[in-house]
Write a protein that binds this ligand. Structure first.
Ligand code: IPM
Ligand code: MN
Length: 370
């Protein structure tokens, strides 16, 4: 039996609770098919507070070299800040740039049993698209840098040809594995930018066009299109079923992924993958919810869905797509069951979907589907 070595960063706030839930689910699905060896790694705001570094550089090397993949909980605490006001306990810059995990893959899909704030007419056929966020440059390249005086600060938006080419290629590769946009079944990669205003984004679009032209030989059925980011924000609410794969600069991807998440039940349900050539880690789209963690120390009100689905994305990456799919089905079935139970007993759905109740239900569904 194959055993995977998995690094695990439990994180801050609700992180440890939802990561424990995801580990239970992975252990349940893995028990018959593969082994998982968990190696705990310290990282995040508490780690920063204790040690002065959000991640020990030795641990970054271990994540790069020793593990098949890493499962990461949300990190960061609002009071743990750098002198310039930015958060000191987050790991995005350290892990994404440190591992060159250039592709941030964020699937947005509406699953049965989950309430969307959009009406059925707005939703159209279905909501099922993937945001492919460039993860190593863009406006985030200014992290810890920029030029400032007491009265002004300038951040710079970096777009390189190499990073844009590889992220656009990744977007086409993902589109090739999917069944197209829900509205019309057309495979489509949408380049989202602000090319009408910013020269860096006009460049991003130009490189997109070049790669798209090159890709059209290999994937003639994938349609390439552009949309400005402001129009995209509106379209993700008014016409989400048009989208299949979106590729964009780092900050645009950050913002649109929370917007997309809000249309499919909230950020508590959306997973993500950070993938590079040699290392990858998997984490929910949302943060560590310190408010929730401080008012509810057991974190029973925290939703582990995004963390569990991030673990499923990790199994896809490890080459265990059947186990990943079983987890996704179990999560959908468990959520639907708890919602139904709640409405039958006149209770609040959130009350029924406590962290433990949801994790128990997912594990039960998995054991039934063995
Ligand atoms: C995300 C998060 C991070 C980001 C934060 C925690 C630094 O919001 O992964 O979307 O901005 O990239
Ligand atoms: Mn974000």
């Amino acid at each position: 039996m194959k055993t995977y070595r998995i690094g695990v960063i439990a994180g801050d706030g609700i992180g440890p609770a939802i990561v424990a839930s995801a580990r239970r689910v992975l252990d349940a699905v893995g028990s018959q098919n593969f082994g998982l060896e968990w190696v705990e790694i310290d990282g995040g705001a508490e780690t920063f507070r204790r040690t002065g570094a959000a991640l020990n550089p030795v641990d970054l090397e271990r994540i790069r070299n020793e593990f098949d993949a890493t499962l990461k909980g949300p990190v960061g605490l609002p009071e743990v800040r750098n002198p310039d006001g930015t958060e000191a306990g987050v790991l995005g810059g350290i892990l994404r740039n440190g591992l060159d995990a250039y592709a941030n893959i964020r699937p947005i899909s509406l699953t049965p049993g989950v309430r969307s704030p959009l009406t059925e007419t707005e939703r159209g056929a279905a909501i099922d698209y993937v945001i492919v966020r460039e993860n190593t440059e863009g406006l985030y390249a200014s992290r810890g840098k920029g030029v400032g005086t007491g009265d002004v600060h300038v951040d710079q938006l970096l777009v390189t040809r190499a990073a844009t080419e590889r992220i656009v290629r990744q977007a086409f590769a993902i589109a090739a594995t999917r069944t197209g946009a829900p509205a019309d079944g057309v495979s489509r990669v949408t380049c989202v930018d602000k090319a009408n205003v910013l020269p860096s984004m006009a460049f991003f679009r130009r490189v997109f066009d070049e790669v798209a032209a090159e890709m059209s030989a290999e994937h003639p059925s994938i349609q390439a299109e552009h949309l400005y980011v402001d129009a995209t924000a509106a379209a993700l609410v008014e016409n989400p079923s048009h989208f299949d794969v979106i590729v964009c600069e780092n900050l645009i991807g950050d913002i649109l992924s929370d917007l997309g998440a809000a249309t499919v039940g909230g950020i508590g349900t959306c997973p993500s993958a950070n993938i590079g050539e040699t290392a990858a880690y998997f984490e929910p789209v949302h943060g560590s919810a310190p408010d929730l963690a401080s008012t509810d120390p057991t974190c029973e009100k925290a939703d582990p869905t995004a963390q569990i689905l991030s673990a499923a994305m990790m199994l896809d990456y490890l080459g265990e797509p059947d186990a990943a799919e079983r987890i996704r089905r179990a999560v959908a079935a468990a959520r639907a069951e708890l919602t139904q139970l709640a409405s039958a007993s006149g209770k609040d759905a959130r009350e029924m979907s406590s962290l433990t109740a949801l994790t128990d239900a997912v594990v039960r569904k998995l054991n039934l589907s063995k």
